[in-house]
Design a protein around this ligand. Structure first.
Ligand code: ATP
Ligand code: MG
Ligand code: MG
Ligand code: MG
Length: 479
């Protein structure tokens, strides 16, 4: 079943169950605490927090998501992408667990001819929160899941809150057993690579007070109205229904991956190292296309930095794979647009602009990649030659400042040679550069009252810390 058909079936199923179909919001979150939308519920946050009255009791959507927190997993696990799509159904004070659980099960297990996904119920496992007997009972007694395939898990996996006072509650997740060739027996608690998490059902039932994220906050009581928020990974379901090994081999990502293989003269399946690189390229090019389409531009801060980092990482991987300097991003961008335009027609309409942004970034980086790599190799040799394993922060800073190497790229290159980087020194150098720029801008402003664009930019951003990645719980990696 094609990805587009999976999305269509999902929306149709919930529409038939009285849900309003809501189009995806932009990847750029309308929310100061987030860089990008990491989950389907984000556009509905004001409803869940009681800040706005929803115009409907039930909604369903296919939401575009970016999870920067998963970037390092991409290509290595079978199931993590940077950009992915989350299918969801939502209840705002309407139905609760007793309906959400059987609905999810029905859709997954109803035969394809009957409008479902036709998954063999024997392959499905579920988890519930430690003390959530209510959910466990529904799974066992209403749905009929054998007790040995219902597992209990703690706060880390099966408890949800928004990180602020308001709704919180247990969740319940559905996993698919890919079989003994993918790992050890024992359910999701034993092996999350063999048992792939497909769908998370969140039951918002309590009101939490002030406190930290890890449930060290008081529970103020039951919510006056209980809510449902669910998230099912479209790419994950596609990989299972298409019988392929991982999400990068599905109909959409697979097209980009195969194109990257062909362009670089690499055979997918030939070696683990090049396979990972091809998967990273497929994921990153698609992510970049979706980000640019939603208005993000490469830059040195926040969302722009994430885009720059994934584009530059793609360019380097493509060069390593091909062993040459040929620019491949333009063609791959075109393939990614072709693979995604069925669901997102705006990609074709905006193709010219998307190409322009990505081509420019490729050109800018291509000019410095070779000389930067030479500098990196000398630094690595020097480090090893002296019997050390840590590349200096000064080298990393020069790579960043002169050659446009995002620090993550330098870290990755160091890692490939069994080295690491003095990040503390690197950060200190970045900070002092910012301080100098800020002081210069201030002096300029005071001296001739000329508020240059540059000065305004610095002031506007507060020129504080550089937020490279921000994950969905608001944790920031400060570079
Ligand atoms: P995992 O434990 O596998 O990292 P998760 O628990 O972080 O997943 P949730 O936050 O529960 O994921 O998100 C809901 C659903 O979205 C998941 O069940 C999965 O199907 C999908 N999903 C989450 N992260 C990714 C990702 N990086 N790439 C593709 N799909 C994802
Ligand atoms: Mg995760
Ligand atoms: Mg999980
Ligand atoms: Mg989960």
């Amino acid at each position: 079943m094609e990805t587009a058909e999976i999305a269509r079936r999902f929306l149709t199923f919930f529409e038939q169950n009285d849900h309003t179909v809501v189009p995806s919001a932009s990847l750029v979150a309308d929310d100061p605490t987030l860089l990008f939308v990491p989950a389907g519920m984000v556009p509905f946050k004001p409803y869940f927090l009681g800040q706005q009255t929803p115009p409907f009791d039930r909604a369903t959507s296919v939401q575009k998501c970016i999870r920067t927190i998963d970037i390092e997993e991409v290509g290595k696990t079978s199931r993590h992408a940077t950009f992915f799509q989350m299918l969801g159904n939502f209840s705002f004070g309407d139905y609760f667990k007793d309906k959400a659980i059987p609905l999810a099960w029905d859709l997954l297990t109803t035969p394809v001819a009957g409008g479902g996904f036709g998954i063999d119920p024997e392959k499905l496992w579920v988890t519930v929160y430690l003390d959530d007997d209510e959910a466990a009972d529904i799974w066992r007694d209403v749905v009929g899941v054998p007790p040995e395939r219902i597992q209990r898990r703690g706060v880390e996996d099966n408890y949800w809150s928004m990180g602020v006072p308001g709704p919180c509650g247990p969740c319940s997740e559905i996993f698919y057993d890919r079989g003994p060739e993918h790992g050890v027996e024992g359910g999701p608690v034993a092996d999350e690579d063999r048992y792939v998490e497909v769908w998370n059902l969140v039951f918002m039932q309590y009101e939490r007070g002030e406190g930290g994220a890890k449930k060290d906050y008081p529970i103020l009581g039951d919510l006056p109205k209980q809510n449902i928020d669910t998230g099912l990974g479209l790419e994950r379901l596609a990989s299972l229904l298409q019988g392929v090994d991982n999400i990068y081999e599905t109909d959409t990502l697979g097209r980009i991956l195969q194109d990257a293989a062909q362009r670089t003269g690499t055979r997918y399946g030939a070696a683990e190292r090049s396979d990972v690189m091809l998967r990273v390229v497929a994921d990153h090019v698609r992510s970049a296309v979706m980000l640019v389409s939603d208005g993000v531009r490469p830059g040195n801060e926040k969302g722009g930095y994430v885009l720059r980092r994934i584009l530059r990482r793609s360019i380097r991987n493509l060069r390593l794979l091909s062993g040459g300097d040929t620019a491949h991003l333009h063609g791959l961008t075109e393939t990614a647009i072709g693979a995604m335009e069925g669901i997102y027609p705006e990609l074709r309409a905006g193709a010219e602009r998307i190409h322009e942004v990505i081509d420019t970034e490729e050109k800018n980086f291509s000019d410095t990649l070779r000389s930067g790599t030479a500098l990196f190799n000398r630094a690595a040799e020097r480090t090893k030659g002296s019997g050390a394993t840590r590349i200096s922060g000064a080298d990393a800073f020069q790579l960043h400042d002169t050659y446009g190497f995002p620090i993550d790229l330098t870290l990755e290159m160091a890692g490939e040679q069994g080295l690491d980087v003095d990040e503390t020194e690197f950060r200190a150098l970045m900070q002092s550069q910012r301080d100098t720029a800020k002081a210069d801008a201030k002096a300029k402003k005071l001296g001739n009252a000329d508020i240059s664009v540059y000065a305004r930019l610095l002031e506007g951003s507060g020129a504080t810390e550089f937020l490279g990645y921000t994950d969905h719980e608001g944790e920031a990696r400060v570079l």
